[in-house]
Design a protein around this ligand. Structure first.
Ligand code: NAD
Ligand code: TYD
Length: 343
């Protein structure tokens, strides 16, 4: 089988390429990635040079390139990861999220329609459901109430993918995963930011009161779920993918300090994110029932493995946290610190 992966140089995409090629050595992958600040070919060093793998640098919004690539490669399957994936960046500057997440997805769907791709897996997020009050859990029919420019653009792209199934019969499947964590995640996201700051004895910036709830999914479990959807998912369907692992942010940060042997005095409350979703929670009953997938990696194990990975990849961390990252960090966190008597 031939697969076109978009955004394969990012966190989840690169984990998926390594995971998939290790388990399907007879298949081949073309990876289309623009190499934005979040794309890093170092993440794919393990597969570079293999005959079954080809990298193409390019933008999913470039219709000429996308059509040419489909004509050349004739992939049976597209797994579409490419996105502007960070909520805070989409708040600082929303335009790239709309361009890539919406226009880019549209460009790929048009090409998939023209070349009669057999499966189009659109990788999305539980954030499209917005913030849920306790004890609600979103199933796949839950209303969409995205709260950030990032999640609004993702929700729009989900609807586009499903409309291409309904209207043109493009065999699109939408997956909505909860917050991923694991090796190779860009340290703008919560868990790798907390780990790398803790390892460097820097403050850990906690938005607001830190009582917001996220469901954590180890990236390898997410890869296994996507593999199941590629192989057995039904066209026109949505599959939630959750880790069954709800934690308050502050508790996660405290656990990271404990596991890295750093003091709680590193916790710093900072001004909250505008429109910050309080709680995400989702039900994965459908994918468990239909495809037999279930998360396997417990949070304690996943977190320990993730910390160990960042500890033993300090060269990767230094390179990723240099240059533009510093500017982003300054722009985003400078003057943000506020004093709370206690967190
Ligand atoms: P990431 O930011 O680490 O990687 C995104 C990749 O897409 C990068 O390699 C980047 O260079 C590439 N890219 C961006 N714009 C592009 C464009 N216009 N053309 C081609 N390539 C482009 O993201 P991630 O965390 O790996 O997320 C991957 C997908 O999974 C996204 O669609 C995201 O919405 C979804 N998702 C992420 C999470 C999470 O916790 N990280 C959870 C659920 C769903
Ligand atoms: P993030 O990793 O950005 O994922 P998302 O907002 O898409 O869920 O953030 C996870 C949670 O951590 C979210 O509630 C915001 C919070 N957060 C902080 O408290 N401090 C930070 O520096 C960051 C990046 C996130």
């Amino acid at each position: 089988m031939r697969l076109l992966i978009t955004g394969g140089a990012g966190f989840i995409g690169s984990n998926f390429i390594r995971y998939y090629l290790a388990r399907h050595p007879e298949d081949s992958i073309v990876n289309l990635d623009k190499l934005t600040y979040a794309g890093n070919l170092e993440n794919l060093a393990e597969v570079e040079g293999r005959p079954a793998y080809r990298f193409v640098k390019g933008d999913i919004c470039d219709a000429t390139l996308v059509v040419r690539l489909l004509a050349e490669e004739r992939p049976q399957v597209v797994v579409h990861f490419a996105a502007e994936s960070h909520v805070d960046r989409s708040i600082l500057a929303p335009s790239p999220a709309f361009e890539t997440n919406l226009h880019g997805t549209f460009t790929l769907l048009e090409a998939a329609r023209q070349y009669k791709v057999e499966r189009f897996v659109h990788i999305s997020t539980d954030e499209v459901y917005g913030s849920l009050a306790e004890p609600l859990e979103a199933d796949e029919n839950f209303p969409l109430r995205p709260g950030s420019p990032y999640s609004a653009a993702k929700a729009g792209s989900d609807l586009l993918a499903l409309s291409f199934y309904t209207t043109y019969g493009v065999p699109a499947v939408v997956t909505r995963a909860s917050n991923n964590y694991g090796p190779y995640q860009f340290p703008e996201k919560f868990i790798p930011l907390m780990i790398t700051n803790a390892l460097e004895n820097w403050p850990l910036p906690i938005y607001g009161d830190g009582r917001q709830v996220r469901d954590w999914l180890f990236v390898e479990d997410h890869c296994a779920a996507i593999e199941a959807v590629v192989e057995r998912g039904r066209a026109g369907e949505i599959y939630n993918i959750g880790g069954n692992c709800s934690w308050e942010n502050l508790s996660v940060a405290r656990e990271i300090l404990r596991l890295t042997g750093r003091p709680e005095s590193l916790l710093a409350s900072v001004v909250d994110r505008p429109g910050h979703d309080r709680r995400y929670a989702l039900s994965s009953a459908k994918i468990e029932r239909e495809l037999g997938w279930t998360p396997r990696v417990e949070f304690a194990e996943g977190l320990a493995r993730t910390i160990e990975w960042y500890r033993s990849h300090d060269g990767w961390v230094k390179r990723v946290k240099g240059g533009d990252y510093r500017l982003y960090y300054q722009q985003h966190y400078e003057n943000r610190e506020q004093t709370f008597s206690r967190l």
